[in-house]
Design a protein. Structure first.
Length: 304
């Protein structure tokens, strides 16, 4: 398959410039979901929440991209595979969270920022520039500062092992998305992923029956999570990864805990501390390293 990211036509150059900022918007939207998800999960099982959320996302995507339903069998299969990886990551994270502290789960899940360049190197022989490795290290430090608390147990147990599996699934999703996604097929590939996720979540939720939100407020939050933080963010990721390297995308995406903490301080009354400052600075510097224009043309083709 030809690499559509090669060359420098004006439209593609604009795409490359916009892709990192689009992923940052996606990470901010992800970070805004903390309070709404916490509220809904007081009334709905996790599997039911995911099934209903992604059913709504799929309906919206099918309506918006109905012309993309005539996608090729190759695009459909790729979408189903990518959706399966993302759904597996979600289920492993949920299962692991039942056996480990939330802070550890957040950190271990975020380690996809490390696994992404490693898997890209192993699976697709991607060459990763030294400054991207520096950004990966800074992002990992930032994740640790934002998520791990001094009194947390950090040994590897059953829950941590499941969550490591989650991080690997997310990393595989990012790496393979970067290889398969093209701007022209972003809509169709997004629809395929959403259909796959919905089917998998319904398989897990159906045996006990599907519980729906019971109040107007919960439905409002569900629609926000499904349309804005589900359909839109999945489309953003699919489109943006058609324009940039997987390892750089992972650095920007792993800023989600930073934005979640920001919203917790802004809306939840939490007080910032020195760990937040360390984590924020480390992640912002990491994002700067991957967003900044490459110093020369050789660097601009490090992972093609």
């Amino acid at each position: 398959m030809p690499d559509t990211r090669a060359g420098n036509p004006p439209a593609l150059s604009r795409g490359r410039r916009l892709a990192p900022w689009s992923l940052m918007i996606m990470a901010i939207l992800w970070g805004s979901t903390f309070f709404s998800i916490k509220r809904i999960l007081l009334h709905l099982p996790v599997s039911d929440f995911l099934a209903v959320r992604f059913l709504i996302s799929t309906v919206v995507l099918v309506i918006v991209f109905h012309r993309s339903l005539k996608m090729s069998s190759r695009t459909l299969i790729r979408g189903l595979i990518l959706g399966g990886l993302w759904a597996a990551a979600q289920l492993l994270q949920t299962a692991g969270l039942a056996h480990t502290a939330a802070s550890i789960s957040g950190f271990v899940t975020g380690l996809y920022v490390v696994f992404t360049p490693v898997l890209g190197l192993i699976v697709f022989r991607f060459r990763v520039h030294r400054w991207v490795w520096v950004a990966v290290g800074l992002a990992t430090l930032g994740l640790a500062a934002l998520t791990i608390r001094p009194d947390s147990e950090t040994f590897i147990g059953y829950g941590e092992a499941l969550t490591i599996g989650c991080a690997v699934m997310y990393a595989l999703h990012i790496v393979i998305m970067g290889q398969w996604s093209t701007p022209e097929e972003a809509g169709a590939l997004t629809v395929g992923q959403s259909v796959s996720m919905t089917a998998i979540f319904f398989i897990f939720a159906a045996p006990g029956g599907i519980t729906l939100p019971s109040t107007g407020v919960d439905w409002a939050w569900m629609i926000y999570l499904a349309v804005i933080c589900g359909a839109l963010t999945l489309l953003i990721q699919t489109w943006a990864q058609g324009h940039m390297e997987a390892s750089k995308a992972a650095v920007i995406m792993c800023s989600e805990p930073l934005w979640a903490t920001f919203f917790a301080i802004l809306l939840g009354g939490e007080r910032p501390n020195w760990l937040f400052a360390v984590g924020a600075i480390a992640i912002l510097v990491a994002m700067y390293l991957v967003i900044r224009p490459p110093p020369n043309s050789k660097d601009s083709a490090t992972i093609q």
